[in-house]
Design a protein around this ligand. Structure first.
Ligand SMILES: *Cc1c(COP(=O)(O)O)cnc(C)c1O
Length: 393
C-alpha cells in the first residue's frame, strides 16, 4: 500500500476512535434467535430486526432448499436477460396479492430498492420533501436523483406544509417517508401526509421496512394501519426484517411496476436474487398471513417493555413500536451502557452519530415475538440497575 493511503486510513480511523465513533463488527456463531453466541458467549439478543422470529424458522429453510433443487442456486443473469425464474415471479404475485396492489417488483435489498426507485421517478426538474430522519438509503436515492430536496422536521406536518406552500413550480413533487423510523421507533402520520399530498399534488412514497409484518391488523404495514393503502403511489418495503429473509419489494400500479422494470438501474444492472431467497420470502409472507399469533405476541412483549421503561423514567422518545430507543446523549456513555449490558449477558447496540443526530447517542433495543417473559424481565432488571449507575434514571 502507498504511504499516502496508509497515512490517510490510519488518521481517519484514529479520529473516529478519539470521538468514540469507531465501528466494529461483532462475531456471531451459530443461529440467529432470542439467544445468540457472540465472541463465544451466549447472550440475550435485543438487537435483531427479526421481529416475528422467522429468520431461523425451518419452513423458510425448507422452501429455500426446494427452490435450490428445482432452480439451482444463482440466478445466472439479471432478471431482464435470463434470470427471471419461477420463484421470483411467484414471490411478486404473492406480495401484490398480500398488499392488495396491482403489481410488485422485487429488488435485491432495501438499500438497492431506494437508490433505484427514487432516481428513476424523480430528476433535476422535480422536488422531493423528505422527513429529516429518513433512512440513509432514501437520502442516497434522493441524492442520486439530483432532484431538489427539502427536509422537513421529523414527523412535523406544519413544517412540511410550510415547505409545500413556499416551493415554486416544479415538474413533479414527491413526499417520501419511512413508515416506522428505524432509530426512533415512532411512526409517520400517513393520514395527514396523504391529505397534504392531495392538496398540494404530490406523489407519495413510503418505506415499510420496519412495518411489514408488524403494523396493521394483518401485518401489511403502516398504510394498512392508517387505512390509506390506495392513496399511496409507491409502497416500498423489505423482506429482511420481520419476514426474516432478504431482499425488498416495491408495489403499486401496473404502470409503476412496468416503468421500474424499464428505468430502475439497481434492478436492471444487477443479477436476479437467488431463487431460493425469493422462495423463502414467499414462505415468510404466507406465515405472516396465517399466523397472526406471532404479531400478537410481538405486541404483548412490546407493550410490556414500553410500560416498564416509562415507569423507570427512561427517555424512550416517541417510540410506538418494537424499536425502542433509550436516550443517553454522549457517544461514550452509550457505548459504556452497551458494554455493561453485554457483561451481564444482554446484547443491545449503542447507536451513535452519524447514524443519529449529534447528542442523541442511544441504546436501540428491539423486542421480538420470540422473547420469553423471563427474557424481558432480565432485560428490564439490568437496564434499571445499569441505568441508575450511569445516572440516566
Ligand atoms: C433496513 C432498512 C432499509 C434497507 O433494507 P435492506 O434490505 O437491509 O438493505 C431501507 N429502509 C429502511 C427504513 C430500513 O430500516
Amino acid at each position: 500500500m502507498s504511504q499516502t493511503a496508509k497515512t490517510f486510513f490510519d488518521e481517519e480511523l484514529s479520529d473516529l476512535a478519539q470521538d468514540g465513533l469507531k465501528r466494529e463488527m461483532r462475531r456471531l456463531s451459530g443461529r440467529q434467535g432470542r439467544e445468540i453466541v457472540v465472541d463465544g458467549r451466549k447472550v440475550l439478543n435485543f438487537c435483531s430486526n427479526d421481529y416475528l422470529g422467522l429468520a431461523c424458522d425451518a419452513r423458510l429453510g425448507q422452501a429455500a432448499a426446494e427452490a435450490i433443487r428445482n432452480e439451482g442456486f444463482g440466478a445466472g443473469a439479471s432478471r431482464l436477460v435470463c434470470g427471471n425464474m419461477s420463484s421470483h415471479q411467484a414471490l411478486e404475485a404473492k406480495i401484490a396479492a398480500f398488499k392488495g396492489a396491482e403489481s410488485s417488483l422485487v429488488f435485491s435489498t432495501g438499500y438497492m430498492a431506494n437508490v433505484g426507485i427514487i432516481p428513476s421517478i424523480f430528476g433535476r426538474e422535480d422536488i422531493i420533501f423528505s422527513d429529516r430522519l429518513n433512512h440513509a438509503s432514501i437520502i442516497d436515492g434522493i441524492q442520486l436523483s439530483q432532484a431538489k430536496c427539502r427536509r422537513y422536521r421529523h414527523r412535523d406536518m406544519e413544517s412540511l406544509e410550510e415547505m409545500l406552500k413556499s416551493s415554486g413550480p416544479f415538474r413533479k413533487r414527491g413526499i417520501i417517508t419511512d413508515s416506522v423510523f428505524s432509530m426512533d421507533g415512532d411512526i409517520a402520520p400517513l393520514d395527514k401526509i396523504v391529505a397534504l399530498a392531495e392538496q398540494y399534488d404530490c406523489l407519495v412514497m413510503i418505506d415499510e421496512a420496519h412495518a411489514l409484518g408488524v403494523m396493521g391488523e394483518s401485518g401489511k404495514g403502516l398504510a394498512e394501519y392508517f387505512g390509506v393503502e390506495t392513496e399511496i403511489d409507491i409502497q416500498m418495503g423489505t423482506l429482511s426484517k420481520a419476514a426474516g429473509s432478504f431482499g425488498a419489494y416495491c408495489c403499486g400500479s401496473n404502470g409503476l411496476i412496468a416503468f421500474l422494470v424499464n428505468k430502475a438501474r439497481s434492478f436492471i444492472y444487477t443479477t436476479g436474487m437467488p431463487p431460493s431467497v425469493a422462495a423463502a420470502s414467499l414462505k415468510a409472507i404466507e406465515i405472516i398471513e396465517k399466523e397472526p399469533e406471532r404479531r400478537n405476541r410481538l405486541w404483548q412483549n412490546t407493550r410490556y417493555v414500553h410500560h416498564a421503561l416509562k415507569q423507570s423514567g427512561f427517555d424512550t422518545r416517541e417510540s410506538q413500536t418494537p424499536i425502542i430507543p433509550i436516550l443517553v446523549g454522549e457517544p461514550d456513555a452509550a457505548a459504556a451502557f452497551s458494554r455493561n449490558l453485554l457483561n451481564q449477558g444482554i446484547l443491545i447496540a449503542a447507536i451513535r452519530p452519524p447514524t443519529v443526530p449529534p447528542n442523541t447517542a442511544r441504546l436501540r433495543l428491539t423486542v421480538t415475538a420470540a422473547h420469553t417473559q423471563a427474557d424481558l424481565d432480565s432485560l428490564l432488571e439490568q437496564l434499571q440497575r445499569i441505568g441508575k449507575q450511569l445516572c440516566l434514571i
